[in-house]
Design a protein around this ligand. Structure first.
Ligand code: GLA
Length: 405
């Protein structure tokens, strides 16, 4: 993650207002309401393939999204991350590199499966992996994506941080204005194509991006540095989401980064807890695992319809951590129709048998025994006040209460 420091609240407010005022209302409406009414769902190449991804990997992954039932569970975006880019020709038109011989044909293939195609670039001269960025070619690139049939763009700050520092040395406020302008420029170029394209900001949560991204057409914005496939990274990200709830909603979402479910050495409990918490946070659900070699238990996690329904709930309100007791956290999320999701998360290293956790319903605003559904076992459960709950390390209890009282 690149650090550019933070700015005062006054500067943030000024920049946010200035750009909101200069963004036409029609454009704001189109960008924030036409797409991503619920958090985008799909798959992205980076967390498993990194720089090795090829056209064949994307086709194979699209095939698997259909074959495994993921598409029918809601995963529709197939997103190519960094390293697809080639060189620009004399007219400035960007070409793909040898790993992606024909992007239009690839888009057609993905579309033929009932899926959508995502792509990656950034406002700087180079992407994070050192490939061509969109600097000074924003309109041309947006037109190119639209001509291919691209449905989603992840726009990664990367080398533009250096440009900002060079253009406005030692002036953090001016650097922030440059960053906002760069994201605004590509947003306008995307809207000018007339094609609905989800616009994903990737600048690692700097400078309170959640305060200014929606006004310039951001449908989602990364709130953190890069996720890693280990519990320390995942739990740190979960904890960083506190306080961001009010910025998220239909058309514009906090993005705690893509899923690592099925990657690295995550235990089954950790995979389940990771997926549960992303659903509670109304996070984009972009799987990033090796789909052709997905284990059945990982498929079961990623395609749990009840948990996906929490993520995709129409109210679009992300969860809050209500209280912690030792290393156990309790989160709730309000759902459409007055329902509620409750999570008990054991973030500790031990099973809580010697120091059992007891659920305090009053702290959740609940009165007396609640009937709900345990979304990981599918069974009806009763939550009684002060009941002991024992979870293995890094596991969760996730209960949906249809009629909380
Ligand atoms: C950054 C982003 C990642 C990924 C890589 C690609 O690190 O945060 O999600 O897109 O760049 O180079």
């Amino acid at each position: 993650m690149r650090s550019l420091g933070s700015l005062s609240v006054a500067v943030l407010a000024f920049a946010s207002l200035a750009f909101a005022a200069s963004t036409p209302a029609a454009a704001q409406t189109q960008s924030t309401s036409a797409v991503a009414q619920t958090p985008p769902m799909g798959w992205n190449s980076w967390n498993f393939f990194f720089g090795k991804v090829t056209d064949k990997d994307i086709r194979d992954s699209a095939d698997q999204i259909v074959a495994t039932g993921m598409r029918d569970a809601g995963y529709v975006y197939v997103n190519i991350d960094d390293t697809w880019e080639g060189d620009r020709d004399a007219s400035g038109v960007l070409h793909t590199n040898a790993k992606f011989p024909d992007m239009k044909a690839l888009a057609d293939y993905v579309h033929s499966k009932g899926l959508k195609l995502g792509i990656y670039s950034g406002p700087g001269p180079k992407t994070c992996a050192g490939y061509a960025g969109s600097l000074d070619h924003e309109v041309q690139d947006a037109q190119l994506y639209a001509s291919w049939g691209v449905d989603y763009l992840k726009y990664d700050l990367c080398s533009y941080g250096t440009n900002m520092a060079t253009l406005a040395p030692n002036d953090k406020a001016a650097q922030m204005r440059l960053m906002i302008a760069a994201y605004d420029k590509m947003g306008k170029a995307l809207r000018a194509t007339g094609r609905p394209i989800v616009y994903s900001f990737c600048q690692y949560g700097m400078d309170a991006v959640w305060e200014w991204a929606p006004a310039i057409g951001g449908n989602l914005w990364r709130t953190t540095g890069d996720v890693q496939p280990n519990w320390g990274s995942i739990y740190a990200i979960i904890s960083q989401q506190e306080g961001l709830r009010k910025y998220s909603g239909p058309g514009h979402w906090n993005d705690p980064d893509m899923l690592e479910v099925g990657n690295g050495k995550l235990t089954l409990a950790e995979n389940r807890a990771h997926f549960t918490m992303w659903a509670m946070l109304a996070a984009p659900l972009l799987a990033g695992n090796d789909l052709p070699n997905m284990k059945p238990e990982i498929k079961d996690i990623l395609t749990n319809r009840d948990v996906i329904a929490i993520d995709q709930d129409k109210l679009g309100q992300q969860a809050s951590r209500i209280y912690s007791d030792g290393e156990v956290d309790v989160w709730t999320r309000p759902l459409a129709g007055g329902a509620m999701a409750v999570v008990v998360l054991n973030a500790g290293h031990d099973r809580y048998s010697t120091h059992p956790f007891h659920l305090d319903l009053a702290k959740l605003g609940l009165h007396g025994t609640q009937t709900g559904k345990d979304l990981w076992t599918g069974k009806t459960v009763e939550l009684t006040d002060n009941m002991p709950i024992e979870l293995v390390s890094h596991d969760v209890l996730l209960v949906r209460i249809a009629a909380p009282k």
